[in-house]
Design a protein around this ligand. Structure first.
Ligand SMILES: [Zn+2]
Length: 323
């Protein structure tokens, strides 16, 4: 006969309680498991050996007795929280009674705001359901490596110019270079020097100054002459004060969609052809003139403009520039 699973056949005949007498009464059990009063803890502290330390921290009985006014409240709290932590090892469902939260009194006493917060958490329709962790930062409640990455990643602030660079009439490699230039991610000499590479820098375009990102794409006499040529064609003044302003000036409110598209093509292709010229001069020993780069940019604008979708304004300025 299976005595362990046939519960309905079990009958308490009092044999166990007769053979093993109960040595602790119900009242004694309550007293033993109740939370000690502050006075009781203080009485125990006073009775400790003054020259011995009760813990590995080395604080002796003398210390606790002498400084009880200062540390007493913390000792009592620490003791009670230890008891509380034992209680809190239960499942969440242990703290739910008749469909509402039933939190330990000590938790209410020491952490009232935490209890208020817990009390506001809606209780599941089926409180006997298994507890499980929910990752609130994902819609499914699941925590995966991808969700953790998205949560921890600090998204870069979006920039107004970001979208316009990826227009369909700009070649992706040109969009990518323009994005890298505006983000300062091009591997120019100053970029390498900031990362500890010891090198003597000289600009390949002018052969005079040392090379930096701003120098290659803006301030070098070689590049400045190219900017000057095209900003004059597009009636945008002279060399822009910064590379970003070079983009923005041609995208300003008031200019027609077609002019903006053409300037976007011009801006990205200037960066592209200047960077290519710099690389070929440095690594292949080739020579480029300002006139060559201007012709390459002009040809590219003509070819790419067929894909542009912006409409022109019926204005003198548009007719003059687009003729
Ligand atoms: Zn230069």
């Amino acid at each position: 006969m299976d005595l362990f699973t046939q519960h309905e056949d079990y009958q308490d005949n009092g044999l166990v309680s007769n053979v093993i007498p109960s040595l602790v009464t119900e009242e004694e059990n309550c007293a033993l498991t109740s939370v000690p009063l502050s006075e009781e803890i203080w009485a125990v502290v006073k009775s400790m050996d003054l020259d011995s330390a009760p813990g590995p921290d080395g604080f002796s009985g003398q210390f606790f007795v002498s400084c009880w006014e200062i540390v007493g409240a913390d000792v009592i709290m620490r003791y009670n929280i230890s008891l509380l932590l034992d209680d809190l090892s239960d499942m969440v469902s242990s703290f739910i009674s008749n469909g509402s939260w039933d939190l330990p009194q000590l938790l209410h006493f020491y952490f009232p705001s935490l209890c208020d917060w817990i009390s506001q958490v809606p209780i599941a329709a089926d409180p006997s359901a298994e507890d499980k962790l929910i990752w609130t930062a994902s819609s499914s409640g699941e925590l995966t490596a991808k969700h953790a990455y998205i949560f921890l990643r600090q998204p870069s602030p979006s920039v107004a110019w970001g979208k316009s660079l990826w227009s369909k009439f700009i070649l992706p490699r040109m969009s990518l270079l323009a994005w890298k230039v505006l983000r300062g991610r091009v591997i120019s000499d100053d970029f390498l020097q900031r990362r500890g590479v010891a090198l003597v820098s000289r600009c390949d375009l002018c052969g005079i100054d040392s090379e930096s990102l701003d120098h290659i794409f803006l301030n070098c006499s070689f590049t400045a002459a190219i900017w000057s040529h095209f900003t004059s064609l597009f009636e945008l003044g002279g060399v822009p004060p910064s590379i970003l302003e070079g983009l923005q000036v041609g995208m300003a409110v008031g200019r027609s969609g077609q002019l903006k598209d053409l300037w976007l093509i011009c801006f990205t292709s200037i960066l592209w052809f200047v960077w290519n010229a710099r690389n070929k001069m440095r690594h292949e020993g080739k020579v480029f003139s300002v006139g060559t780069i201007c012709r390459l940019v002009s040809c590219h604008i003509q070819a790419a403009s067929r894909l542009a979708t912006g409409t022109m304004h019926n204005s003198i300025q548009d007719l003059r520039i687009l003729k």
